[in-house]
Design a protein around this ligand. Structure first.
Ligand SMILES: [Fe+2]
Length: 283
């Protein structure tokens, strides 16, 4: 034994660990509040599900030439959907949905699956898969999207869960790990084939990474100037405020005005519904 060397003083770095819905969270600082308090309203809001009981059917890694924040921002809005994702926009139109008026280090929203479809897949149907346990009749035609600070994207469909893990590799390069989870009861059935859902999102993912890479190139231009948020990008602003708060590192958490987000979404939904009604009346 070395003189003056106490192994207890030079051990591995202790690390706090918590789990929520089967997902493991680590706190290297040792200063974070208990996990459920950190996560906020998403914990009671999603308590009807047991996502940890689902099992992974597939994982695809993507090496994206864009900053990680551009990828999270892209996930948090669907203003780009009609142009970038015609297949997705056909099943869940960009203007039908709402922000969830919940508090916590995340942006939460849902989008509506049109009545003639069942889920996000190449065909729009669920290939016989029932809704995952815990779904209510209200959930039947919704896809829930959560961007959880800092690097987790959680997308809950009626019949499956998709997770994206965002890992910055370099300022202009990000590893995006995408995983698809299903009810193990369904996975055990003969003929279980999730490829309609996986292929749909693999296509949609690649559409997103393409525009994120274009954006990354654009921001490098000397002519680049930041644009304005549109009325349906307030969750992007919410994420940007979380980034700004961490950069400032002054302990101040900027309020995100979630009620006005809800109001703006309700107004947009009302306008979209009115337009659909007037189109139907004109037919
Ligand atoms: Fe997208």
């Amino acid at each position: 034994m070395l003189e003056g060397f106490d192994p207890a003083e030079w051990g591995l770095v202790p690390c706090r660990l918590g789990t929520w819905q089967g997902i493991v969270y680590l706190d290297l600082s040792g200063e974070a509040p208990p996990l459920e308090r950190f996560l906020g309203d998403i914990v009671p809001g999603m308590a009807r599900f047991d996502l940890g009981a689902l099992r992974r059917a597939r994982r695809i890694d993507y090496d994206v030439a864009a900053n990680w924040k551009a990828i999270v921002e892209n996930y948090l809005e669907c203003y780009h959907c009609p142009g970038v994702h015609p297949q997705l926009n056909k099943i869940t139109p960009y203007n039908l949905g709402a922000y969830l008026p919940w508090s916590g280090p995340f942006s939460g929203s849902y989008m509506e699956v049109l009545p003639e479809y069942e889920t996000l897949s190449l065909t729009g149907d669920a290939a016989g898969r029932p809704m995952i346990p815990g779904m209510t009749p209200e959930d039947e035609h919704r896809v829930y999207y959560f961007g959880i600070w800092p690097n987790q994207l959680l997308s809950l469909h009626p019949d499956y869960l998709m997770l994206h893990w965002i890992t910055p590799l370099e300022p202009g390069r990000t590893l995006v790990r995408c995983e698809w989870y299903f009810d193990p009861v369904e996975m055990a059935k003969p003929g279980f084939d999730p490829s309609d859902a996986i292929d749909f999102w693999d296509m949609t993912n690649r559409q997103d990474w393409h525009v994120c890479e274009l954006q990354q190139r654009g921001t490098k231009s000397r002519a680049y100037t930041p644009g304005r948020y549109s009325a349906i990008e307030s969750s992007v602003q919410g994420f940007d405020l979380m980034v700004a708060d961490r950069y400032a590192n002054d302990g101040i958490v900027t309020p995100q005005y979630r009620v006005s987000k809800q109001e703006s979404t309700d107004a947009l939904r009302g306008r979209a519904r009115g337009r659909l009604k007037s189109e139907a009346a004109a037919d």
